[in-house]
Design a protein around this ligand. Structure first.
Ligand SMILES: [Zn+2]
Length: 61
């Protein structure tokens, strides 16, 4: 069993512009995150540097 370190990364929600934390291992390209403040779906476009885009409900991929 491998123990992955859960590193929290603080990101800005592109929708409500609030700051919330995600686990670094969730920050992978193409991953959809959910804003813990407004519930918006946020797509990770790029890991480093972090670029995020608001996902508009998954109508296109
Ligand atoms: Zn938000």
């Amino acid at each position: 069993m491998s123990l992955l370190e859960d590193v929290d990364v603080r990101i800005f929600c592109p929708d409500c512009r609030g700051k919330f934390e995600v686990i670094e291992s969730d920050l992978t390209e193409g991953e959809i995150l959910e804003c813990s403040l407004c519930g918006a779906e946020i797509e990770v476009l790029q890991e480093n540097p972090i670029r995020l885009r608001l996902s508009s409900g998954g109508d296109y991929y």
